[in-house]
Design a protein around this ligand. Sequence first.
Ligand code: AMP
Length: 302
Amino acid sequence: MGILVVGSVALDTIKTPFGQVEEALGGSATYFSVSASYFTDVRVVAVVGEDFPEKHVSMLKSKKVCLKGLERAPGKTFRWAGFYDYDLNTAHTLKTELNVFESFEPKLPEEYANSDIVFLANIDPVLQRRVLSQVKSPRLVAADTMNFWIENKRDELIETLKLVDILTINESEARELSGEPNLIKAARKVLSFGPKTLIIKRGEYGVLMFNDGNFFSAPAYPLEAVYDPTGAGDTFAGGFMGYISSIMDWADPNLRKALVMGSVMASYAVEDFSLGGIKALDYKEIEGRFKEFKKLSHFEDL
Ligand code: AMP
């Protein structure tokens, strides 16, 4: 059991209408790992630079995330800077500095090669494939990406998608990747690239899942105080995949529960900057919010 994740470990500089942080811990693999750690064992493949603060390593270790695959290389850690206006659903990128990721040659620790579940978090699609090719026989492969890679490495991304069972992307990325403004048509096009299941994240409007001809929609948890949406997507994926890994069953009813678990975890992520909303949860709290979700979207038949 457990999940292998490859993705970014980053220092983020972010401004929202409610505050700002500089060089705070971020990255797709970071949010994913901490979120999934509430449900399953997580193994990280990523690289950081010499400047990566030791306190972040300690935090990840305190969540029992396996860091044998986290390389420390000469150079600077990946950096991302962005801002949000009052529409918190749209991140505006100011700067993407790949730094040590530019020359990263991932070599998986031996025990990672037998991972059953692999999550290719948002990072260069070439790297996603390089990591996947070192896993002997994964039973489930899921992935995420973003506009940066859709625009800069489209062909490589399409190659990666051929190897993916479940893809999670946000609404605007689904439209951009498919070249189709209508979401239903966009989903059909994205599924034709390879994934059997597509999850479209719609920020405060919830999540849609297209799975084997089935369609499922879940709302987002209604929150009064949203401070920073950064990492919501990766945290969603961590809850979603973490739950699946804990039951090792991805039949449609379980995917639906997992989707709600992902939404629960994402709702915690946006309540604070950086990892503040998710690094100190307890499982009872998570279960409580899961049950509230059920009430939120339950209705009787006619
Ligand atoms: P999200 O869940 O989509 O809000 O992801 C936010 C995280 O993605 C931030 O913490 C960033 O460090 C990271 N990020 C931003 N751009 C990229 C990129 N091009 N590749 C990988 N990670 C990125």
